[in-house]
Design a protein around this ligand. Sequence first.
Ligand code: TMP
Length: 213
Amino acid sequence: MSSNQGLFISFEGIDGAGKSTHIGRLAQAFTASGRTVVLTREPGGTALAEQLRALILNQPMDALTEALLIFAARRDHLQNVIVPALARGDVVLCDRFTDATFAYQGFGRDFDLGVLTQLELWVQTAPGLALVQPQLTLWFDLPPSVAAQRLAGARVPDKFEAQPVAFFERVASGYAAREQADPKRFARIDAQQTVDAVWLSVHAALRQRAWLP
Ligand code: TMP
């Protein structure tokens, strides 16, 4: 791939799956290969979307309100950060994107998948463009019981992190369903390995696509 083509990569997995370390390492690897990297996250990534994030993660609300706020934040983030960065030819590394909404709201909260599909179409279609989706989604797959042990006592949990293991079992099955629906977009990373072995898997997924040397 030529270096002036934008690249959109998302990172997914249940809370505690350990994606953060690898997002940083991947940013360094892309920078070292001469690419400009935009590191961002969802919900969030713009001043408005970060304000919505604080509400989404900390305020109780019904599932439709939550889904609407998440997609409102996503729209602002796409318009102001992601789409312009891709147009410049940058590498966008996004900590979570729409797969998280299907996994957490759709499967975790049992919210209507048809409504989420409709919102995905509305929000991720820019004028004159096809649906904006990551070209690659690195899915850090970890059994929820292991993630719970990793998270125990780590920090004050937000609304989602405080959910029981059964919630994360549903979220994990949501990620599996998204992968099955679009397997070419996903690279499943076994997040139970050591940090270094996880990194080798991440790096291999990028090399396989010839996006990193
Ligand atoms: P983070 O802790 O990985 O930044 O993610 C924030 C939390 O928000 C995490 O518990 C997952 C949740 N979340 C959703 O429920 N729906 C979404 O669409 C996104 C992007 C995150």
